[in-house]
Ligand binder design. Structure first.
Ligand code: TIU
Length: 230
């Protein structure tokens, strides 16, 4: 028996590419990837590196609408944060030095130590802040399944499908969708709820998911998902 009672909900379909998605709300989690202050807020680490955070900030309103609908329907919501232990014991040396930047993970940044758990910049933006009871997965890598208990949490709740949102489209969202696909989950990505600092990666990151008959999953919009929940 599952430790957590799942809501009884009717299957329905969501308009998506490459073809419609068979949506089973009671078995589908909303997985919001790394909507952290350091990636999204002006004055954060992302902007400090020269990135245009407005490319990510346009995802906040659609994510808010989706999160609100998911909560209202009593469905599973899971958040992730990319980051490391304050003692850096879980930070691979290769990740620490990559990029040859003067300021790297663990150093003091504009909002505390960069990508370190417990620091202000590592936390989730206030607009999408987790509510009590919503699991928050602290992940040391780009994919949300690597070195985390996400798979166990999903299995314990009978989850077989994921609506994956967040940032960035080509890095942590794509890596997580690929990891999920190999573990047997069906993933749907609403295009307006994922963002990249690079418009060309946004476009190609979504194309890579839905190409070849949905090689990694489906691409849709928040509007189509909201319609299905309603
Ligand atoms: N969350 C996530 O995508 N982390 C990154 O480091 N993304 C970049 O695009 N750099």
């Amino acid at each position: 028996m599952s430790a957590i009672a799942m809501p009884e909900t009717k299957p329905t379909t969501i308009a998506a590419e490459p073809y419609e998605f068979e949506f089973e709300p009671g078995h589908c989690a909303l997985l919001i990837i790394d909507m952290q202050r350091d990636f999204l807020e002006p004055g954060g680490f992302g902007e400090m590196l020269g990135n245009d955070v407005s490319q990510l900030r346009r995802t906040i309103e659609p994510n808010k609408a989706l999160l609100s609908a998911w909560r209202a329907a009593g469905l599973t919501v899971i958040h992730t944060r990319e980051g490391h232990r304050p003692d850096l014991a879980d930070l691979p040396p290769a990740k620490k030095v990559r990029g040859k930047s003067a300021t790297t993970i663990g150093d003091e940044g504009p909002m505390g130590r960069i990508l370190i758990r417990g620091e202000a910049g590592h936390d989730i933006i206030p607009e999408l802040y987790p509510q009590p009871g919503e699991p928050v997965i602290d992940k040391p890598g780009k994919g949300a399944f690597f070195a985390t208990d996400l798979h166990a949490i999903l299995q314990n709740r009978g989850i077989t499908q994921l609506v994956v949102t967040g940032v960035t489209t080509e890095v942590c969202v794509n890596t997580t969708v690929r990891e999920a696909n190999d573990r047997g989950y069906n993933c749907l990505v609403p295009s307006d709820c994922v963002g990249s600092y690079f418009p060309e990666f946004q476009e190609m990151g979504l194309k890579m998911i839905k190409a070849q008959g949905g090689i990694f999953g489906w691409v849709s919009t928040s509007g189509a998902v909201l319609e299905a929940i309603a």
